[in-house]
Design a protein around this ligand. Structure first.
Ligand code: 26V
Length: 804
């Protein structure tokens, strides 16, 4: 049976009750809400599984090329609403549950938020998976099934405290373990050669087992697979040791295997130097490559045709070692010679870069790499020799050759994972136009010189199904009324909304919807934080990982300056504002944690100051995650995208806000530039230095002290924070953090401050002209359809993968 949009509620209801009784093992009387949630998922899952089989057979029969997306992060969030909505059975499920006195929205809240990622890179992977299925492209996502994903953030007295997230505690009805898809992954040991045949005998082997989650595309068209690896010891228990009384020792192998899939590394703390991170990277890359090669050989017999049937995309450098692993399998297991293996590897692999920050480019100490992966080390050397010979032949000088080398010879020798991915791929892409240009000019300048056709741009996108349709049903129905439903599959149809830009009645409805979303959010935030918010105030939002380059500090310092201004000039016509912050700091990133404390200290002081009253409120939302983003973004008026120009590769939150009618205040960085190009300069508030100006200032010897001393507002705000106005219990708490702005100010907070403050007053001016603001909001929605991840995936599919 298939439940389509007109499917019978009774049938679904019967299936839910059947699942509750026979699969969950409870009757209606004994069932707890969580049992009903499980039963609802199981009932829905049956249809998904049927479509899943059908999708797989279709691809198989057509001999279709498959896309393999290798990513150490998938920030998928909750799946129930997504699956219901893409299958078009939300109403039916609501009614079926109502028969039992249950509320779908309440059950949805019981689903844990699957947070197998840090931020934008992981969420992009999740949007891409949804778009691949929606565009009917056969694809697998490959990653790790972390037992504890991203940590849960608690705020204690304003400080971040990290707690383990136990998202699997109640089981996971979405996943299927595939014991038959298991592979051995080796580590360490030795490499021997016997009559020219190379043999790697690992010192340790761990079994990787696939756990599959279905990914449902728009209208259930296709169901693809997210395949996450879990780890098992080959001998889960050593009975002889156990019987001899060494109970812990007998289980040590399984503990060691578990540790591989236990935690998600916080990507934006100090480079994870830990051996465990490299082990995780190899574990999932090796299992994935083995799975891809096995499937190909099983279907097509001949490994040489791999590039015709498989496109492997590396999401950042975390899976770079896949280049060496594919080479190893082709050479050592399939007997190809080096050159042929190299051609096949490059034709199959593509690499996406997501950051230019030099400290974020992964590299591994050579002795560690060699000890853990001795055979791969040999292969890396062989690849390096080939590439450097090509470079020499092309006439590159010593400096260029040393920059291209896969081995960094400065100081302690290291293996450069970005260079390995670059040379092992036929395509290397950036994630926004500016970022791609900067890749060519900076980190990859010499590799670009050697391979000038390799770097290309694929500006990021987000799925409008999750980020508009599911998270903002009110706005979605209004848009539907105005232009029909086609925009769900073709987001660029949103362009026809521009005919309503000057329509006062339509504008008012957009406004009413925004207000209703703000009321909902205010209620939720009151429950979470106890703070009451005025839904008629301007909701100004900065939600993202806490990082100095994203400049939450610029926003906080300006908030303090505004607080001072309101108190000094209470007679002025201030626009009431609610400043909403949310985000996690990497556990070892001291300054980021201090920024969270500062946000909370500022909130505490301002929120109870009667002299500003309702004019200014500050909220730090604890435990920011995908589900919170889905509530906050539809209620935002203003989206803060204020990174130091040249440092944010793309940003994707910026796109989600614009889809929901928020105006952006932002720098000329990442995708902001392309958003400006599309929504129009008059519908966005741009301020600050360009990436070129930032680079020039840094080269010329930027003097932040002079800048601060030249700006009264800035100096006052910085000094009041530094002097303990917001931390009377520990007056020096922010002294170091503020002093750094005088001495180095690497992120150029001071240099951009006056422009930012002026831009905020421009926002106030625009807000007062309600009709103009509504028009801008509509123009944002109408013009950001291009930022659908369907468009992005379409470009990858045609220009990199050769599918579609
Ligand atoms: C990693 C590190 C590690 C060392 C310390 C500093 C640092 C800073 C950032 C990162 C993250 C690198 C990868 C990443 O998450 N990039 C994000 O990818 C998004 C999707 O393409 C993009 O929208 C964001 O702009 C980009 O930061």
């Amino acid at each position: 049976m298939t439940i389509g949009p007109n499917g019978k509620v009774q049938e679904l209801e019967a299936r839910i009750v059947g699942a509750l009784r026979h699969r969950v093992g409870k009757n209606e009387r004994a069932a707890k809400p969580h049992d009903w949630y499980n039963a609802a998922v199981l009932a829905l899952r049956d249809d998904i599984i049927d479509n899943w089989f059908a999708s797989t057979s279709r691809a198989h029969e057509a001999g279709a090329k498959r896309v393999y997306y290798l990513s150490l992060e998938f920030l998928i969030g909750r799946l129930l609403r997504d699956a219901l909505s893409n299958l078009g059975v939300t109403r039916e499920m609501e009614q079926a549950l109502r028969e039992h006195g249950l509320d779908l929205a309440a059950l949805e809240e019981l689903e844990p938020d699957a947070a197998l990622g840090n931020g934008g890179l992981g969420r992009l992977a999740a949007c891409f998976m949804e778009s691949l299925a929606s565009l009917d492209i056969p694809a697998f996502g490959y990653g790790i099934r972390y037992i504890n994903g991203m940590f849960r953030q608690r705020i204690d007295e304003g400080w971040q405290v990290e707690l383990p997230e136990t998202w699997l505690a109640h089981g996971n009805p979405w996943e299927f373990e595939r014991r038959e898809s298991s592979y051995l992954v080796g580590f360490g040991g030795e490499v021997t050669s016997d009559a020219g045949k190379i043999r790697w005998t690992p010192g340790e082997k761990i079994e990787a087992t696939a756990v599959d989650t279905p990914v449902v595309g728009w209208q259930g068209k296709r169901v693809n697979t997210l395949r996450l690896w879990t780890a098992n010891a080959m001998d889960p228990i050593q009975l002889d040791a156990f019987n001899a009384g060494d109970h812990a020792g007998a289980l040590a192998g399984q503990v060691r295997a578990d540790s591989l899939v236990r935690v998600l590394y916080p990507a934006d703390s100090t480079p994870a130097g830990q051996e465990l991170r490299l082990r995780q990277e190899f574990f999932f890359s090796s299992a994935s490559i083995q799975d891809i090669v096995r499937r190909h050989v099983q279907y097509y017999g001949d490994i040489r045709t791999l590039p015709d049937k498989a496109a492997i995309q590396l999401n950042d450098t975390h899976p770079s070692v896949a280049v060496a692993e594919l080479m190893r399998l082709l050479k050592d297991e399939h007997g190809l010679d080096f050159d042929e293996a190299w051609d096949i590897t490059r034709a199959t692999i593509g690499y996406t870069n997501h950051t230019l920050l030099p400290e974020a480019l992964e590299s591994w100490p050579l002795p560690l790499f060699e000890r853990l992966l001795p055979r791969h080390m040999q292969i890396v050397y062989a690849i390096n020799a080939k590439v450097l010979r090509e470079a020499r032949k092309a006439g590159l000088d010593d400096a260029a050759i040393s920059a291209i080398s896969l081995i960094d010879e400065h100081g302690e020798r290291r293996v450069r994972m970005a260079n390995l991915a670059f040379v092992g791929a036929h395509s290397v892409n950036g994630v926004a136009a500016l970022h791609t240009d900067l890749m060519k000019q900076t980190v990859f300048a010499n590799l670009h010189q050697l391979y000038p056709d390799r770097i290309n741009n694929k500006t990021n996108g987000v799925t409008p199904r999750r980020w508009l349709h599911q998270s903002n049903p009110r706005l979605t129905s209004l848009i539907r009324e105005g232009i029909g439903s086609g925009f769900m599959a073709e987001a660029e149809q949103l362009a026809s909304l521009s005919k309503f830009a000057g329509d006062a009645a339509f504008g008012e409805r957009v406004d009413e919807i925004k207000r209703a979303n703000k009321v909902d959010l205010s209620n939720h935030l009151r429950e979470l934080t106890g703070i009451r918010l005025d839904p008629d105030a301007l909701f100004d939002v900065q939600i993202k990982r806490i990082h100095e380059y994203k400049r939450q500090l610029l926003n906080l310092i300006e908030t303090v300056a505004l607080y001072d201004q309101i108190r000094s000039h209470p007679e002025r016509d201030w626009v009431p504002r609610v400043k909403i912050f949310g985000g996690k700091a990497a556990p070892t990133y001291h300054n980021a944690k201090l920024i969270i404390k500062l946000a909370n200290d500022i909130a505490k002081r301002i929120n109870c100051d009667p002299s500003v009253g309702e004019l200014l409120k500050v909220v730090f939302v604890p435990n920011y995650n995908v589900s919170l983003a889905e509530r906050i973004i539809p209620a935002a008026d203003l989206s803060e995208q204020i990174s130091t120009a040249g440092m944010e590769a793309s940003g994707t939150g910026n796109m989600k806000f614009a889809f929901n009618g928020a105006l952006t205040i932002g720098t000329l960085d990442g995708a902001n530039i392309e958003i400006m190009d599309r929504v129009g300069r008059e519908n966005i508030v741009i301020f600050g230095m360009t990436a070129e100006e930032v680079a020039a200032q840094r080269a010329d010897g930027y003097n932040p002290r002079a800048v601060i001393e030249g700006s009264r507002e800035l100096a006052q705000a910085v000094n009041s924070i530094a002097n303990g106005v917001f931390s009377p219990d520990e007056p020096d708490r922010y002294k170091g953090l503020m002093d750094a702005h005088y001495s180095s100010d690497w992120f150029m907070v001071a240099a951009d401050f006056d422009a930012y403050a002026a831009a905020q007053r421009e926002v106030d001016g625009r807000w007062r002209d309600r009709a103009a603001w509504r028009k801008s909001a509509i123009m944002n929605i109408a013009n950001v359809g291009w930022f659908s991840s369907d468009r992005t995936i379409g470009e990858y599919a045609r220009e990199i993968w050769g599918v579609l």
